[in-house]
Structure formats: structure tokens, C-alpha cells
Design a protein around this ligand. Structure first.
Ligand SMILES: CNc1ncnc2c1ncn2[C@@H]1O[C@H](/C=C/CNC(=O)c2cc(-c3ccc(F)cc3)cc(O)c2O)[C@H](F)[C@H]1O
Ligand SMILES: [Mg+2]
Length: 214
């Protein structure tokens, strides 16, 4: 029977990456996507920008919206300090099942909490379910028309503090026009665009980094 792309991506990790070595997992996925099949991971070029933001913020609490197969989850978690926690939300059960295995292969299971469910349902429960006060870093990479409503929801739920960083993928391709318009014009954020390319292609894309000013 036919396999899915996430299943083929996981097979590439299990074949080419070393257990317990997150960077080899990242490398195996990038190689798969360059040589075999394109997939919507943040990728190696934008991934370097992601790495530099994670390293600069050195977050104790991270929220990722949209796990997919866990590429950016592993990339972020591999750079976190010892007691840091990363919560990643994924509402497609098949994607979640693949991502759990990618995360396990990388040996990062104790740093990452993958929650199978929708951001809209889980953002309001972060405090009561996970004892999270606020997030130091949020990586937005789920449905592009949900970036803005979920950002407003995080504000309303008090999950952002003065200095919290939002990092949004795909603000050019596929694009998140309503989010960009809001975040760049709101007096509550200071934003910066990091120009790059759509993963594994020459098309333009970039990451928008925004600091919540409180
Ligand atoms: C809405 N709330 C959600 N809660 C939990 N998990 C969710 C939620 N919404 C989606 N998910 C989960 O998050 C993932 C969705 C990622 C969507 N990503 C993209 O579409 C995306 C698209 C391109 C792209 C660019 C050009 C082109 F020609 C074709 C594609 C590039 C990118 O880097 C992307 O990230 C996952 F699949 C979904 O189950
Ligand atoms: Mg993306």
C-alpha cells in the first residue's frame, strides 16, 4: 500500500540519521527534501535564522504552532538550555504520530511536549494544563490564516510578557498578509523581517521576528 510523504521522511531519518543526534536528524530531513521530495519544513536556510533567534533568546519556555513532522521542533529543542520546555501543537493525528518518532529518534523526548490538538483549543489551557505562565518564544508555522487569530488569543490569555518573541515562518510564501499588517502596525510590537528563501527553492520567503512590548 502507498506510503505518505511524512512516512517516507521518517524512513529517511531512520535510515540516515544517528539515534540521539538531533543535528543528524535535521540534516537527513534536509537531504531528503532536496534530493527526493519537497516538504514544508522551515528548511536549512531559514533554519539558520531560526537557530540564531533561539540562541539569542535562550528561552525557558517555547510554543510551536504546527509541528508537522517535527523538523523545526527538533531544530529548536537541540539548542535549548537544560531545564527549558518546548510545547508543540499538531492537530493532524498522522503528522503527530510521525513527529513523535522523529523527536524520539533525535533523543529529545524529555525537552519536547507534543500536544495533539488545535491551537485555538489549547492556547487557553496552557496555564492550567502545563503550568506555563508566559512563553519566551513562539514559533508560528501552522495554517497561515491562523497566525493572526492565534496571536490575539495568546495576548488575551496573558501568555505573552514584555520581551516575548514571536517568530513567524512564511510571511511572504505562502504569505500571511493580515498577520503582517497587524504586527507591523501595532504599537505593542517591534518587528523585523529576515529575508530568505522558501525552503529548498529560490523563491523569496522570510521570517518575521516580533518583540511583544507589553
Ligand atoms: C489551526 N490550528 C492548528 N493547530 C494545530 N496544528 C495545526 C493547526 N493548523 C495547522 N496545523 C498543523 O500544522 C501543519 C501545517 C502547516 C501549514 N504550513 C504551510 O501551509 C506551509 C506551506 C508552504 C508552501 C509554500 C509555497 C508553496 F508553493 C507551497 C507550500 C511552506 C511552508 O513553510 C508552510 O509552513 C500541519 F500540516 C497541520 O496539521
Ligand atoms: Mg512553514
Amino acid at each position: 500500500t502507498q506510503t505518505t510523504r511524512p512516512q517516507r521522511m521518517l524512513a529517511a531519518v531512520q535510515k540516515n540519521a544517528t539515534r540521539g543526534d538531533p543535528r543528524s536528524v535535521v540534516k537527513a530531513i534536509d537531504q531528503f527534501c532536496r534530493q527526493k521530495e519537497w516538504a514544508m519544513n522551515v528548511g536549512d536556510e531559514k533554519g539558520c535564522i531560526l537557530d540564531s533567534v533561539v540562541t539569542e533568546v535562550n528561552p525557558a519556555t517555547v510554543l510551536e504552532l504546527g509541528t508537522y513532522c517535527g523538523y523545526s521542533t527538533v531544530r529548536i529543542a537541540s539548542l535549548l538550555p537544560p531545564d527549558a520546555k518546548l510545547i508543540t501543537l499538531e492537530f493532524n493525528p498522522h503528522n503527530a504520530a510521525i513527529a513523535r518518532q522523529v523527536i524520539a529518534w533525535a533523543g529529545l523526548g524529555d525537552k519536547i511536549q507534543l500536544v495533539e490538538g488545535a491551537s485555538g483549543d489549547w492556547i487557553p489551557k496552557m496555564k492550567e494544563k502545563f503550568g506555563i505562565e508566559t512563553f519566551d518564544l513562539v514559533f508560528l508555522d501552522h495554517w497561515k490564516d491562523r497566525y493572526l487569530p492565534d496571536t490575539k488569543l495568546m495576548e488575551e490569555c496573558g501568555l505573552l510578557r514584555k520581551g516575548s518573541i514571536l517568530l513567524a515562518d512564511n510571511v511572504i510564501s505562502p504569505g500571511t498578509p493580515d498577520y503582517l499588517e497587524y504586527i507591523r502596525n501595532s504599537p505593542r510590537y517591534k518587528s523585523q523581517y529576515f529575508r530568505s528563501h522558501l525552503e529548498y527553492t529560490k523563491a523569496e520567503d522570510g521570517l518575521e521576528k516580533s518583540v511583544f512590548l507589553g
